[in-house]
Each structure stands twice: as structure tokens, then as C-alpha cells.
Design a binder for this molecule. Structure first.
Ligand SMILES: C[S@@+](CC[C@H](N)C(=O)[O-])C[C@H]1O[C@@H](n2cnc3c(N)ncnc32)[C@H](O)[C@@H]1O
Length: 203
């Protein structure tokens, strides 16, 4: 974990994204989409312990910032794939810089599970996703609706767990059965509610 903390400290954070980069994300995904925040490291670790991803799992963070969740998943669990989808070119570049540092420090094997894509969560391929996380608190309504529509509509047929920091809009909150809530700390609030859903009901 010390190698990850050193790498995170050495590269720009997701909060450092310049105005032009934020404007590009907002222009593409809607006002507010570029807003940044992270769950606390301890919160992600707690979540990962509960999820217990294994070699058959593909965990996606939709709007992954600099990739804290995918790094922690790769370094502390047996997850098969940990995929970060980030629209901001700046934050994606920071995640790539973290990867380069971890590769130097720990070797490729330690982070082989991680894939980073500078893509839009509305169009990126999700076919193998079994676990999806989205820090969706500041997503504009149409973006959250598009995400719920994709997952509820079968874009991730292997999905077993979806975790969102905002409740899903109707009718997708019913298509993806609610499993309960968890409370964890984040950079923007000491107690953030996570909405946990199962994969889509068979149709
Ligand atoms: C609140 S941050 C979450 C960062 C990270 N998931 C975490 O919790 O540590 C949300 C991220 O979603 C990204 N984002 C917004 N719209 C997106 C889209 N349509 N596709 C991919 N990423 C998007 C933003 O640029 C931002 O980095």
C-alpha cells in the first residue's frame, strides 16, 4: 500500500483538473459531470472486503478519476479485472502516471488486472462487468439515467452488484433490485450513503 500512497502523492490529483478539462467533461456529459470527489481509502477497502471479488469478477469504476478503487482492488483482492472508465483526459493521464510508477515499484504482475480507458460511461463496453461502482453524486440526471438504463437494460449481463452514491431513477431502481445501503466516508462528506443493487432481473 505504501507504493500506491507514494504514487498517488507524486502525481496530480483528480481535484487538480484544469478548467478546460472540466469544461470538456461538462460539455460532453452535462453540467456538473466534471465535479470531483473520492471515497476515503478505508471506505473502498471496507467495500472491497464486503464484495470479495475473485478471479471471475470484472469490477468497473464508472467515472474512475485517478483510479483509487481499481488500484486498491488490484492490490488487495484476487479480482480478475479492475477497469477504470474516465472521461476526463487529465484524470485519465494521472491514472496512467500512477500505473507507470506502480509498474516500476511493484512490477507489472501486481497491477496486471487493471485496465484504464479514457472513455464515456454511456458508450464504453461493459459486457464482462460483474461489479460496477459509480460515485454518481454529482452526475447530472440524464447521465445517471443513461447509466441506469444501460445496466438495467442488459449492457452488463453478468452484473451481480451495482453500487451508486445516488439512488437510481425510476424505473431502473426496480429493474435492478435494491439490496440495501452502506454508509462510508468520502472527501465530500463524512458519511456518504451507498445504494447497493443486484444485477438485472431476468426478463
Ligand atoms: C466523483 S468523481 C469519482 C472518482 C472515483 N470514482 C472515486 O470515487 O474515487 C466522478 C468522476 O466521473 C467522471 N465522469 C463524469 N462523467 C463521465 C462520463 N460520462 N464517463 C466517464 N467518466 C465520467 C468525472 O470526470 C469524475 O472524475
Amino acid at each position: 500500500m505504501s507504493a500506491l500512497r507514494a504514487a498517488l502523492a507524486a502525481v496530480p490529483s483528480g481535484f487538480d483538473a484544469p478548467t478546460a478539462d472540466r469544461a470538456a467533461v461538462d460539455a460532453a456529459a452535462g453540467p456538473g459531470a466534471a465535479t470531483y470527489g473520492e471515497l476515503a481509502e478505508a471506505a473502498f477497502l471496507k467495500l472491497l472486503r464486503w464484495l470479495a471479488p475473485g478471479p471471475d469478477d470484472a469490477l468497473y469504476d464508472l467515472g474512475s478519476g485517478t483510479g483509487l478503487l481499481v488500484w486498491l482492488a488490484a492490490l488487495t483482492t484476487r479480482v480478475g479485472r479492475a477497469v477504470g472508465i474516465e472521461l476526463s483526459a487529465f484524470r485519465h493521464a494521472a491514472a496512467l502516471a500512477i500505473r507507470a510508477r506502480l509498474r516500476r515499484e511493484l512490477g507489472l504482475g501486481a497491477i496486471a488486472a487493471v485496465e484504464l480507458r479514457n472513455e464515456d460511461l454511456r458508450t464504453t463496453a461493459l459486457g464482462d462487468a460483474t461489479i460496477v461502482f459509480a460515485a454518481s453524486t454529482c452526475f447530472p440526471d440524464p447521465l445517471l439515467a443513461a447509466l441506469a438504463r444501460r445496466l438495467g437494460g442488459g449492457a452488463a449481463p453478468r452484473l451481480r452488484t451495482l453500487i451508486s452514491t445516488r439512488p437510481l431513477p425510476q424505473p431502473w431502481d426496480r429493474a435492478l433490485p435494491a439490496r440495501g445501503t452502506l454508509h462510508v466516508p468520502a472527501t465530500w462528506a463524512p458519511r456518504v450513503r451507498l445504494y447497493v443493487h443486484a444485477g438485472p432481473r431476468p426478463r
